[in-house]
Design a protein around this ligand. Structure first.
Ligand code: ADE
Length: 242
């Protein structure tokens, strides 16, 4: 999977995505990240990439030409029209199932906007998906692009090692993850739940399942309604009353 990130801040994106698990995955060739500097494509002699909005109003608007040319350079290189995501609070909110679906693409292009926005005409020309990462407004699309690249990469085969990828994790079946403990057995007077030291795998599995459901009920009752629960679990945890 290769990610192309069209941005005015290539260093920010590359630095954020070259550490830790994603950095190692890139070294192994499981993913590749390329930040494409939109400014490299401007035809303006002062390297300008933005201008005042027609109709007036505050702020500047990113112009169509440099963005389009940056996109075309990628598109010509890969030889087909790629899925192209514009990060904007106006899009549907990103979630795990979207990450999983997008991880199936060969290439993904992200367009990071700045200032007051991007000339609508270039969005119409190149964007296939509008995506928000949540109901708040950020100063640019770089952080949202990095969030998406991280979540999508985790779903690409070969990015997580077996150990990292544990099948049961938060949002699998719309349940939050159960609590985890490591050594020591007692820390600041708090003991690790004894069932985890019982060696009884069935009991441990049941306890973890229960913890997942209880946590989801407490912190994300909205998710619990969509969770994969048995009829018995639904009755025991009062899911129908939420
Ligand atoms: N750009 C600014 N805010 C954003 C958000 N919440 N999600 C995606 N892109 C954005």
């Amino acid at each position: 999977m290769k990610f192309y990130i069209l941005t005015l801040f290539p260093e920010m994106v590359m630095q954020g995505l070259s550490a830790s698990i994603l950095g190692k995955a890139a070294q192994r060739g499981a993913i590749a990240v390329e930040a494409v500097n939109i400014r490299d494509y401007t035809k303006d002699k002062h390297l300008k990439v933005d201008d005042y909005p027609y109709g007036g109003g505050a702020g500047m608007v990113m112009q169509a030409q440099p963005i389009f040319d940056a996109y075309q350079a990628v598109r010509e290189r890969i030889g087909y029209v790629p899925r192209t995501i514009y990060l904007t609070p106006q899009g549907p909110v990103f979630h795990q199932a979207m990450a999983k679906a997008m991880a199936k693409e060969e290439d993904l292009v992200f367009l990071c906007g700045h200032y007051e926005g991007v000339d609508e005409r270039v969005l119409e020309e190149i964007v296939t998906d509008y995506v928000s990462i949540g109901d708040y407004v950020l100063t640019g699309g770089e952080l949202p692009a990095m969030v998406m690249v991280d979540a999508i990469s985790r779903m690409v085969p070969g990015v997580l090692t077996n150990e990292e990828s544990g099948l049961r994790e938060t949002f699998e079946g719309n349940l939050l993850e159960y609590p985890q403990y490591s050594r020591p057995k007692v820390w600041r007077g708090k003991e690790v739940p004894s069932v985890l030291m019982s060696g009884d795998h069935k009991k441990i599995e049941d306890w973890r399942r229960e913890q997942s459901v209880l946590r989801t009920k407490k912190y994300r009752p909205d998710l619990l309604k969509k969770a994969d629960l048995t009829i018995k679990e639904k009755a025991v945890y009062g899911v129908n009353e939420i």
